[in-house]
Write a protein that binds this ligand. Structure first.
Ligand code: PEP
Ligand code: MN
Length: 295
């Protein structure tokens, strides 16, 4: 790794890649075996922005599972821009997620917003999501880390890579090495998309850290038409997986309907991604061979 990167990110020494350190592979126990993120398989997490109804969640879970997703997303505690918008079903939402896991065998990723909620959410979730708005909430990061659950850490909308890595370092400092870094777009001067998808950040994170990197094309784009293209870019940039919003009827969604794919859209996105994922796998083999050659 370039020496100047060690200096630039010296606040987060334990997240940086080194020749002595294997890449981190996050293992999640699911019915029928282990799921690995950051390993050979490309992993897709999919589901609604918010858990709304039993029907909405179950229909989505069954569908995304058939289409190849391995992890179900869905917010039970929702950070919303307006205090008057739907804030999530809380515990009832977590129960619905657990029932969907039982039914489909998908693992569950869901957001935790407050340190007080960590024990409850950790009881139900396989992966705790720390949202963009909370990336620098160190008390929450510490509580989430100490739960022992893997953490999906979303990049803050105004966070530099150094800020992002410092937050990951906090989790590692608490003895939890199972951190996944999620690029979900950042705020820039351009408002034509909801956010600006920082594909370069994905490439850089894969170069400088040993942690799995997940791309979120939904929150980056803000418009469902652009989700397939940003998903492809995420794969091409080297992401280990995707997190995508899917809803049975996006126009009726209680949150983030504009950027949610319907079932047919998700099927098409997954299908279109197949050659890109295959290329990624060839690239990974080539990279391993190259690393061995230069050793
Ligand atoms: C979400 O995943 O629905 C979400 C709120 O994401 P972010 O924290 O990236 O805005
Ligand atoms: Mn959302």
């Amino acid at each position: 790794m370039r020496a100047s990167w060690y200096d630039q990110f010296c606040d987060s020494p334990d997240v940086l890649r080194s020749d002595r350190l294997e890449r981190t592979v996050v293992a999640i126990r699911v019915s029928g075996g282990n799921l690995e993120i950051g390993g050979e398989d490309f992993i897709t997490m999919a589901g609604p922005c918010s858990v709304e109804t039993e029907f909405q969640l179950m229909a989505t879970a069954i569908h995304v599972r058939r289409a190849g997703a391995r992890i179900l997303r869905g917010g039970a505690f929702k950070p919303r821009s307006s205090p008057y918008a739907f804030q999530g079903h809380g515990l009832e939402g977590l129960r619905m997620l657990a029932r969907a896991r039982e039914e489909t065998g998908l693992a569950i990723v869901t957001e935790v917003m407050s340190e007080n909620d960590v024990p409850l959410v950790a009881d139900y979730a396989d992966i705790l999501q720390i949202g963009s708005r909370n990336m620098e909430n160190y008390a929450l990061l510490e509580a989430a880390a100490r739960s022992g659950r893997p953490i999906l850490l979303k990049r803050g909308m105004m966070a530099t890579i150094a800020d992002f890595l410092r937050s990951a370092q906090i989790v590692l400092d608490c003895g939890n090495r199972n951190v996944m870094l999620c690029e979900r777009g950042i705020r820039t001067f351009d408002t034509s998309l909801r956010n600006t998808f920082d594909a370069g950040a994905i490439a850089l994170l894969k170069q400088i850290t040993h942690l799995p990197v997940i791309a979120d094309p939904s929150h980056a784009a803000g418009h469902r038409e652009l989700v397939p293209a940003l998903a492809r870019i995420g794969v091409a940039a080297g992401a280990d997986g995707l997190i995508v919003e899917v809803h049975p009827n996006p126009d009726e969604a209680w949150s983030d309907g504009e950027q949610s794919l319907n079932f047919a859209g998700f099927d098409a996105t997954m299908h279109e991604l197949m050659p890109w994922v295959a290329l990624r796998n060839i690239g990974r083999i080539a990279e391993t061979e190259m690393m061995e050659a230069v050793r």
